[in-house]
Write a protein that binds this ligand. Structure first.
Ligand SMILES: Nc1ncnc2c1ncn2[C@@H]1O[C@H](COP(=O)(O)OP(=O)(O)O)[C@@H](O)[C@H]1O
Ligand SMILES: [Mg+2]
Length: 332
């Protein structure tokens, strides 16, 4: 069964156009000129009950705008959204009971209240049964180690602490559909790992349907088998992460800065020369055959190297290849 059904979803903002300089700013005050900004452009997809989908795209791609339309915060300009069979905007109240949203860059809690007071309020607003509330709070406290945070106001928390608190605050009313909008943004690797682990468990144990937006491919690799990629508001890929991993996950590049171009080079198995210019040698290697340090040491045993660096696959590269037709969306 589909938990989420989206057809040709579109959001156009009207943004005030400013002319450059003071004169322009003053003029805009009196004769504002609006230009349309298409943030989400004819996006269609379905998400099944219990599925966890990665919704990824670069900054400004339209991820948060999509999430806001799915949660009923924004009304679509055109197209259709159904979440658990409802129109999230027209049936905001009923929708809100069954969904949860975490915005990585914003809090939904009361800034000055101690975390536990915020939670208690949420418990009352959602009318959570006290025994159930306690049971869930105990479980989350253990899994996310939030016991020492309960008496701290949100405004005094570090980003990682706040993110853990947000997850608890969102999941305590047991939403059937949860949107996590960049939940790991700005976090260090250890906190990131813990949060990823928690999200994975939660999806597994509760059957919660989850949309996770991120520009961090690492989040997706660990959590989602299906990804939807959007770019400039348009859906450009909807398919398995494995296809992306197979194409981009195994191959890495090492760039060597060399004083003299090598004449002959003995390459280790799994590595090949990608390009060779006067003072720069780029090798490509297969991570499943050889490690980066093996490649580096083999080369450094043979030639003089001033410096080297390792490239990681990033979302921008993946998107570029999608446009070149190297990955076809809408299939598995
Ligand atoms: N309230 C708004 N008014 C005008 N433009 C907006 C508004 N919200 C978002 N945008 C624009 O829409 C585009 C998509 O934004 P957003 O959905 O926040 O992207 P993402 O979450 O993928 O970074 C951006 O160009 C952004 O500047
Ligand atoms: Mg965003």
């Amino acid at each position: 069964m589909n938990a989420i059904h989206v057809t040709n979803l579109t959001k156009v903002f009207r943004v005030m156009q400013k002319e450059p300089g003071m004169g322009g700013a003053v003029k805009a005050l009196f004769v504002p000129k609006y230009v349309p900004k298409v943030a989400v452009d004819q996006v269609s997809f379905d998400v099944q009950t219990g599925e966890m989908v990665g919704y990824i795209g670069l900054n400004g791609a339209g991820k948060s705008t999509t999430i806001k339309m799915l949660s009923g915060i924004l009304v679509p300009t055109s197209g259709e959204v159904q979440v658990l069979g409802r129109d999230p905007y027209r049936e905001r109240v009923a929708n809100a009971r069954e969904i949860g949203v975490v915005f990585g860059q914003r809090t939904q809690m009361w800034w000055d209240l101690a975390f536990i007071e915020s939670l208690n309020l949420i418990g009352r607003i959602y009318d959570i049964q006290p025994a159930r509330y306690k049971e869930l709070l105990d479980r989350f406290a253990k899994e996310l180690e939030i016991n020492e945070l309960l008496n701290i106001p949100i405004r005094n928390m570090s980003l990682g602490q706040r993110m853990r608190a947000e997850l608890v605050a969102t999941l305590i009313h047991e939403p059937r559909v949860t949107y996590l909008d960049e939940p790991t943004i700005g976090l260090d690797l250890i906190v990131k790992e813990r949060i990823r682990e928690f999200i994975k468990e939660e999806n597994h144990n509760s059957g919660n349907t989850i949309i996770l937006t991120t520009h961090d491919l690492g989040d997706i690799e660990e959590l989602c088998s299906r990804v939807i990629i959007i770019d400039k508001g348009k859906l450009i890929y909807d398919g398995s992460i494995n296809k992306i991993k197979a194409r981009f996950g195994k191959v890495r590049e090492v760039i060597f800065e060399v004083p003299h171009p090598p004449e002959i080079l003995d390459l280790p198995a799994g590595a090949e020369i990608l390009s060779q210019e006067a003072n720069r040698l780029i090798l490509r290697f297969d991570k499943s055959v050889i490690t980066a340090s093996q490649v580096v040491s083999t080369i450094m045993n043979q030639i003089e190297v001033n410096d080297f660096s390792l490239s990681e696959p990033n979302l921008a590269t993946v998107i570029k290849h999608i446009y070149k037709g190297e990955l076809n969306g809408q299939e598995d």
